[in-house]
Write a protein of this length. Structure first.
Length: 160
């Protein structure tokens, strides 16, 4: 098998990596968008939001087609009403256990290894129990990596 050397950019030019050099870089892509909060109250970190069609976001809920298309989870600590803030659409979102407790209704943060779904009963919340009632939607939001980290992987809604 032939030895292949990776290509690198040095001073704006593409070159083969020099003998003895190594590539040491963390590869990750996290998409974050700034959106305006259209809710009458503040939206806190970790809350699932949808784009409401007016170029703004509001709290997502898995009980109606109009509110299930989750854009992402709030990355900013809090986005006050009519203000703009960061919404993370993929990658790992880090929040404290107390912040996750606000979003899940649990105590102690996320449950590592658990899959989280958009809550059908309360807007802006996540649950480890997939919705099962006719007319609700199953929307997988992500998987807990630890008590403070969630890997966001939003899947298309499935109507029950």
């Amino acid at each position: 098998m032939a030895l292949r050397k990776p290509l690198v950019i040095v001073n704006g030019r593409i070159r083969q990596i020099a003998a003895g050099d190594t590539v040491d870089a963390q590869i990750s892509e996290v998409d974050v968008v700034n959106q305006q909060n259209n809710n009458i109250a503040s939206i806190v970190i970790g809350a699932p939001v949808y784009n409401d069609g007016a170029g703004t976001v509001d709290l997502a809920q898995a009980d109606a087609a109009a509110t299930v298309e989750v854009l992402g989870l709030v990355k900013s600590a809090s986005i006050v009403a009519a203000a703009s803030g960061a919404i993370q659409t993929d990658g790992i979102l880090v929040a404290t256990t107390a912040q996750w407790d606000t979003i899940t209704g649990d105590v102690g943060g996320l449950v590592a290894g658990s899959v989280y779904y958009l809550d059908p009963d309360t807007a802006g919340l996540l649950t480890v129990t997939a919705p099962s009632a006719v007319g609700d939607f199953v929307v997988r939001i992500g998987k807990a990596v630890s008590t403070t980290e969630m890997e966001i992987t939003i899947l298309q809604p499935i109507e029950l």
